[in-house]
Write a protein that binds this ligand. Structure first.
Ligand SMILES: [Zn+2]
Length: 81
């Protein structure tokens, strides 16, 4: 069956996959939030000073799911006013 052929192909999560996030203004800095594809929870990272644009990029993972990578590259998909 086709499904078994697919299941036999090993899958691998890239070491630093891109993760889209939403930037919101926190009290002291930008907050970068996303719904995690590995555990289903929301994770949040700091995104730099409010005076500039939100600063995304590489972060050490906040995810506790064993399938999650050690880190990811955050990409701002939307900035909320
Ligand atoms: Zn997670």
């Amino acid at each position: 069956m086709a499904d078994n052929k697919i299941a036999d192909v090993p899958t691998e999560i890239p070491k630093h996959p891109r993760v889209f996030c939403v930037a919101t203004r926190g009290r002291e800095c930008w907050l970068l939030r996303f719904k995690c594809v590995w555990c289903g929870r929301f994770h949040q990272h700091g995104g730099g000073p409010l005076e500039g644009d939100p600063d995304a990029g590489h972060r050490v993972s906040h995810c506790l799911d064993p399938r999650a990578p050690a880190g990811y590259d955050l990409v701002v998909a939307r900035v909320l006013p």
